[in-house]
Write a protein that binds this ligand. Structure first.
Ligand SMILES: Cc1cc2nc3c(=O)[nH]c(=O)nc-3n(C[C@H](O)[C@H](O)[C@H](O)COP(=O)(O)O)c2cc1C
Length: 336
């Protein structure tokens, strides 16, 4: 595994396991660099990580050792993959809210590399609604997770919250890089995804915008990217602009795949969107033409708890999981 892995270590009792993780990743051939939060340094001295990774350890955003680069940007660009392990409730909350007040959180916002989060904390912390909300938000933003395992926790409780074992994390990382080495199913495909709301004119002065939070569209776009597609994401646009753009994309590439996950007002004057001659996936909107797949749900997909894909009921409460299932169905349909 000749890959650059940036390990971001935040301050939980499992920091000692992160030292073993650096060792396992290095043994598997990875080049590992480590950034620590101030709290993480309360648990383990940076020297342990330095020795294991054979690289400098970073923890101060303003300690610029090399005047040719800005360290956090350089590290963010260097990484093929970033692991946040252990991820505290605090760093999860900061990332979910775009806070960048130390070297770890700043680097996490500066990267375009995949970021995997391995939460580790007390079972009640993990179950706290605020932590759950932040994890859901990160899932919708496309972050991947290495779920904590169940067992004895350092705080004396038994439950979910233990950092996954370093050997297991290393295997997951190795599998990820071997999977990405093989061609992806949507490589060279263009996918246009609408998310959020589409506005339509109500009268000369007013537009109507239906409620939408865009989570499903976002998750579908993220999954398409993971599958190798060139994704054009259209968020909160007007229906007229969308129709124009769709026509252009169809002319550029007749094979373009259109996922219409944005909520469209159902007022009488709403013009129907044309998916004539285009492979389209719709979510119960009335359209002109034959969509490849039409998904039904009781309420608008962003707010619904389940949806029907090809007669199969699928939960929508975990948008990432829903997106994976839907893409698997689309790809299955494409093969036939
Ligand atoms: C002994 C001890 C163990 C802790 N273990 C955890 C933990 O496992 N998970 C967690 O989220 N916070 C844990 N904390 C609390 C965090 O250290 C604290 O929230 C800190 O602000 C996290 O900062 P950081 O995210 O910048 O590293 C622990 C604190 C102490 C004193």
């Amino acid at each position: 595994m000749n890959k650059n892995i940036l390990l971001c270590v935040s301050g939980g009792i499992a920091v000692y396991k992160a030292v073993a993780l650096v060792s396992k990743l290095s043994q598997a051939g990875a080049n590992v660099k480590v950034i620590m939060t101030a709290s993480a340094r309360q648990f383990v001295n940076p020297l342990s990580f330095q020795v294991m990774s054979k690289n400098d350890v970073y923890f101060d955003t303003f300690d610029e050792k090399d005047s040719n680069v800005i360290a956090h940007i350089d590290l963010a660009d260097w990484a093929d993959l970033i692991l946040v392990a252990p991820a505290t409730a605090n760093i999860i909350g900061k990332l979910a809210n775009g806070i960048a007040d130390d070297m770890v959180s700043t680097t996490l916002l500066a990267t375009t590399a995949p970021v995997w989060i391995a939460p580790a904390m007390n079972v009640h912390m993990y179950d706290h609604p605020a932590v759950k909300r932040n994890l859901d938000r990160l899932a919708a933003d496309g972050y991947q997770f290495i779920e904590p395992s169940e067992g004895f926790l350092a705080c004396g409780y038994v439950g979910k919250g233990r950092l996954e074992e370093p050997e297991k994390i290393t295997t997951i990382v190795q599998d990820f890089f071997s999977a990405t080495a093989t061609p992806k199913p949507l490589t060279n495909k263009t996918v246009v995804v609408t998310a959020g709301a589409l506005y339509v004119p109500f009268d000369e002065k007013h537009m109507i915008k239906p409620p939408a939070n865009g989570v499903i569209g976002q998750a579908l776009a993220n999954e398409a990217r993971t599958l190798g597609a060139h994704v054009i994401q259209i968020e909160d646009s007007s229906l007229n602009d969308l129709m124009q753009q769709l026509e252009n994309y169809k002319n550029q590439d007749p094979e373009v795949l259109f996922i219409h996950a944005a909520n469209v007002p159902t007022i009488e004057k709403t013009p129907l969107i044309s998916v004539e001659g285009i492979k389209a996936v719709t979510f119960g909107q009335e359209v002109l033409g034959e969509p490849l797949l039409s998904i039904q749900s009781e309420r608008w997909i962003d707010f619904s708890e389940e949806a029907q894909i090809n007669g199969q009921i699928i939960a929508t409460t975990n948008p990432q999981h829903f997106a994976r299932t839907l893409w698997a169905q689309i790809l299955k349909g494409e093969e036939q």
